[in-house]
Design a binder for this molecule. Sequence first.
Ligand SMILES: Nc1nc2c(ncn2[C@@H]2O[C@H](COP(=O)(O)OP(=O)(O)OP(=O)(O)O)[C@@H](O)[C@H]2O)c(=O)[nH]1
Length: 345
Amino acid sequence: MSISLLSKLEKITATRDFVAIEHSLLRAIGATVHVEDLSLWTLDVHQEVSKVLHYSRQIEVRGGSMGRDTEEVDTVYANIEVPPDVRSLAQTVVLSLKPAARRTQNGSLQMFPLMGSQGLSGLISMRLSQPMVEQDQELINGILRVYSNYHALLDESQRDRLTGLYNRHAMDLNIDRMWSVLGRESKHADARRSSVVQMYALAVIDIDHFKKVNDEFGHILGDEILLLVSRLISSCFRKSDPVYRYGGEEFLVVTGADSAQAMHTLFERVRAKVAAHYFPQVENVTVSLGYTIIDPALSPSENIGRADRALYVAKDMGRNQVQSYSDLIERGLIKDMRYGSTELF
Ligand SMILES: Nc1nc2c(ncn2[C@@H]2O[C@H](COP(=O)(O)OP(=O)(O)OP(=O)(O)O)[C@@H](O)[C@H]2O)c(=O)[nH]1
């Protein structure tokens, strides 16, 4: 194995950030097999593309000799266009879970499955002028195995053991990146009017009177209820909008919608889904939910503080309800103390 490949593999395993290891993976493949253009298509549970990373590499040629080597990775989260030849080859790879290739007008398209801890998590495609030689295919398969093993270990360390949701540590690691993406997207909001997602919200969801469940039915059943509630909540959101176990019986999610009304309807559906569920022995369990439309100009913790404030009001007004921070301000139920705490009137 070459020193340069070893150092690329070392970069994959040197970070705990999922996005950074995807970048390192593309750089490792790009540099190892000298591909100039490759893409990583992230798939959701329905095998739809939820994100794409494009890698490109350019080698400047100066006076007949090789000059500067520049690499770039761009990420696209919304309005993703999948070329027809990539879509059709993807169908083969999704079914076989094996690499596949097809001829294209300018050469060939090669694709590899990317396995995550929960099965197929994405696809890597590359356009080549010639079909890929077997030795390069084996090198890439080796790099992908290192990546998948490391990804699985990392994923496990960031998940809560009881519910399988990402834990608070994972949220702390991801939230700054989330904020820079949200800041960028909101700056482009006007230019993207046709896009589906127009705003993002952060919600904090808390099980009502959970102490009573533990006291009356015991901790083991309490754990089972926590697991069931976490599954009901997660089932209301896309895989790309992970739900975090934020505290003991508290969950946090960041999600997008095309209007404030659609956002409220989505959160109301979460509340209603839990309230309508029949739980073993306990029978009925409810949740309260507080949310805020994200202001990326404020820090993540200030936004969480707003959602928490709305949750506090939801609890105070009788539980089993959804409250929005901005609605509460408009209705005069809380005061906006920007950059500070808010108070009930
Ligand atoms: N079984 C179980 N209980 C937990 C876990 N984590 C936290 N809890 C319990 O959750 C309960 C939270 O109680 P409180 O914060 O008083 O809130 P609550 O009873 O849900 O009341 P409200 O939130 O005001 O509706 C405590 O009894 C904790 O012991 C867990 O992992 N398993």
